[in-house]
Design a protein around this ligand. Sequence first.
Ligand code: HEC
Ligand code: HEC
Ligand code: HEC
Length: 209
Amino acid sequence: MNPTARRIALSLLLGSLPVLGALDLPSVHAGDPNAFNRLMKPASKRNPPPAQDGIHDPKNAGTALLQKPREAFAGLPKGRGGNYIDWAKALNDGKIAPRYDKIKLDAKPILMDLNIVREVKGSMPDVVYPHKQHTEWLDCANCHPAIFIPKKGANQMSMAQIILGEKCGVCHGKVAFPVSDCRRCHSGTKSEKTAAKNAPPPSAPAAKP
Ligand code: HEC
Ligand code: HEC
Ligand code: HEC
């Protein structure tokens, strides 16, 4: 990340702190100031068994019947954040076969292979939004029209909105890979014109991928 992007990322993170402070965190996390941030957990503390995850009721008999995530995740391709599984790859490699319809067991998703490139001002690479990987899991109506008007460029989007849980942030950071994985969304290139305009001075270190 080059210095400008780092500065923007830092101000984005700082900008979101008052919001985090205002959240009513569950009492299980009291005393651990970093508990809200799954990325700060050491590997040994990630994906605890359901009775200890602060989500499921440990007194409910059903909780004990659930498979432990670490057991279920063994053998799945590793990811860089969230629950540390690359779910898109897991599906692509045939390691999982999610059921697409609750009732019709052999229902197949309607795939749409259409990438939407969203140009990003400044030095971050453009965002490439892939319909294919999304329609493998989701229905068109999960996004259209409530989250996105289905027309290229018709939607205003910003990183601040995404961090606050709007637009891509309705899912990313909650049920899909988190916002910290910058290059997975910012996977595009820059047009030569923008790249030249944003090039760091010769003495500055080159941007890392
Ligand atoms: C995960 C969310 C999501 C899902 C699911 C989704 N889309 Fe989209 N769609 C988008 C986004 C984001 C855009 C880009 C909007 C923009 O650029 O402002 C888009 C754009 C479009 C466009 C406009 C293309 C153009 O060139 O103007 C069409 C048409 C479209 N989607 C149809 C569909 C259909 C049909 C499905 C189901 C098969 C679907 N979408 C599923 C998020 C989604
Ligand atoms: C889930 C996908 C996603 C991830 C992950 C993501 N971004 Fe973005 N980012 C976007 C989208 C979408 C836009 C808006 C593009 C547009 O203008 O249409 C954007 C815009 C931006 C912009 C332009 C200015 C602004 O605030 O909108 C910057 C800078 C940026 N992102 C930096 C980052 C950094 C740094 C990270 C990692 C900490 C990151 N992004 C992770 C999707 C993502
Ligand atoms: C309705 C939920 C939803 C919304 C909204 C959404 N995504 Fe996703 N996205 C997913 C899911 C689910 C996956 C697959 C699981 C995963 O990779 O974590 C995914 C995967 C992806 C991938 C990974 C593809 C791969 O092959 O690794 C990219 C890139 C991505 N999303 C970008 C975006 C961008 C950019 C936006 C906003 C324009 C967006 N998503 C909005 C749910 C969503």
